[in-house]
Design a binder for this molecule. Structure first.
Ligand SMILES: NC(=O)c1ccc[n+]([C@@H]2O[C@H](COP(=O)([O-])OP(=O)(O)OC[C@H]3O[C@@H](n4cnc5c(N)ncnc54)[C@H](OP(=O)(O)O)[C@@H]3O)[C@@H](O)[C@H]2O)c1
Length: 306
C-alpha cells in the first residue's frame, strides 16, 4: 500500500526512528489502508516521513512503505517544511529513550530556524518510559515569544502491527481537544484500546503491564508449548492449540468485561478436577508473586530511564 503525499487535508506523520515499534505502527497503518472491510469514508489519509540512522536502512524502509519519504538526516528540511502544510502534523519519537534529548534538540532547532510562524507547530508524541512531559517540554522549548510544542506521551505495544494494540497516554497540560483527538484518532487505527491516564506516573506502570505485556504472554505460550511437546504433542500442533487458546481466551475476557477474571478461572476449574490441580501447582510455585515481581522490576527500570 502507498502512503499519500502531504496536502492540506492529510494528517502528516513523521517517525523519528524506524525500529521495531515504528514498523509495527506503520504495518498497522498499512493494514488499515489495504483493508477492504473499510469504506473510504472510514479511512484517514496519512502522509508519512520516516528518519533512520543508517544509510542501508533507507532502501529497506522505502521498499516496505511505498509513498513514505525516508531520510537518514533529521535536519532534512523536507521533514519540517511543506509545500502544502498538512492539516495536522504529528511527530512520533520512536528511538530508544537515551536518544530522546538529542532528537528533541533537532526538532527544536529545525522549527526555530526554518518554520514560518504561520505553519502550525506539530504535536510531539513519545513512546518511551521514564521521560516526563516536563523534561520533554524543556528540551523542546522554542525561542522567545514562540508557542511551545504540545507533547503526548503514549505507551503502545507490538500488536499494533495487526491493529490489535493497547495504548495508554498522558498529555501536556496545554494540549487542545483537537490535538488530543488527532493523536487518539491515529492510535485508534491500530489500537482497539486507547486509554487516557489522569496521572503521568501511571504511564510507566502501563509500560510495565501492557507495553511489556506481549513478552510475558508469549513466554507463557512458549512454556505451554514446551510442556505439551515434552508430553508428546508435535510442536506445530501444540503451538496451534496454545495460540488459539490465547486468542479465544482474550476475546472471551474482552467480550465479557463485566465478568470477573476469577469467575472465568472458576468456570474452567471443575472442583476436584484436573485444571484445579494444575492451578494449585502454579500457585504453589509462586506464579502470582513471579508476575508481580516481573512488573515491579520492569517498572523500576522504566522509572530509571528518566
Ligand atoms: N518494542 C516494544 O515492544 C515497545 C513497546 C512499548 C514502547 N516501546 C518504546 O518505543 C521506543 C522504540 O523502541 P523499539 O523497540 O522500536 O526500539 P528499536 O527497535 O531499537 O528502534 C529504535 C530505532 O531508532 C533508531 N534511531 C536511534 N537514534 C536515532 C536518531 N537520532 N534518529 C533517527 N533514528 C534513530 C535506531 O536506529 P539503529 O538501528 O541504527 O540504532 C532504531 O532503528 C523505545 O522508547 C521503547 O521503550 C517499545
Amino acid at each position: 500500500m502507498h502512503f499519500v503525499q502531504p496536502s492540506r487535508t492529510t494528517t502528516h506523520l513523521t517517525f523519528v526512528g524506524g525500529g521495531t515499534l515504528a514498523c509495527a505502527i506503520l504495518d498497522g497503518l498499512s493494514e488499515q489502508a489495504a483493508s477492504t472491510a473499510l469504506r473510504p469514508s472510514q479511512r484517514t489519509d496519512y502522509s508519512v516521513s520516516i528518519t533512520v540512522r543508517r544509510q542501508e536502512c533507507i532502501e529497506q524502509i522505502s521498499k516496505r512503505y511505498p509513498g513514505a519519504y525516508v531520510t537518514d538526516n533529521n535536519d532534512d528540511e523536507k521533514l519540517w517544511l511543506f509545500d502544502h502544510a498538512p492539516a495536522v502534523h504529528i511527530i512520533l519519537i520512536c528511538t530508544k529513550p537515551h536518544s530522546t534529548s538529542d532528537v528533541c534538540e533537532r526538532i527544536r532547532l529545525a522549527h526555530d530556524k526554518s518554520c514560518p510562524p504561520c505553519q502550525n507547530l506539530p504535536v510531539v508524541v513519545t513512546m518511551c518510559p521514564g521521560i516526563t512531559i516536563s523534561k520533554l517540554e524543556t528540551w523542546l522549548r522554542l525561542g522567545k515569544n514562540q508557542n511551545s510544542f504540545t507533547v503526548v506521551r503514549t505507551m503502545p505495544n507490538t500488536p499494533v502491527s495487526i491493529r490489535q494494540g493497547a495504548t495508554a497516554f498522558f498529555t501536556s497540560e496545554h494540549a487542545t481537544d483537537e490535538e488530543v483527538e488527532s493523536v487518539v484518532a491515529l492510535f485508534r487505527v491500530f489500537s482497539p484500546c486507547v486509554e487516557r491516564l489522569l496521572e503521568e506516573n501511571l504511564l510507566d506502570v502501563a509500560a510495565a503491564v501492557s507495553g511489556s505485556g506481549p513478552a510475558y504472554i508469549f513466554q507463557l505460550y512458549k512454556c505451554l508449548v514446551a510442556a505439551g511437546v515434552e508430553c508428546g504433542l508435535p510442536e506445530g500442533l501444540a503451538r496451534a492449540l496454545v495460540t488459539q487458546t490465547g486468542v479465544g481466551s482474550s476475546l472471551l475476557a474482552n467480550n465479557q468485561a463485566e465478568v470477573p477474571l476469577q469467575k472465568m478461572i472458576r468456570d474452567v476449574c471443575v472442583p476436584g478436577g484436573s485444571t484445579e490441580k494444575g492451578m494449585k501447582s502454579l500457585e504453589d510455585a509462586g506464579f502470582q508473586a513471579a508476575v508481580a515481581n516481573a512488573v515491579s522490576r520492569s517498572l523500576e527500570a522504566n522509572r530509571a530511564m528518566g
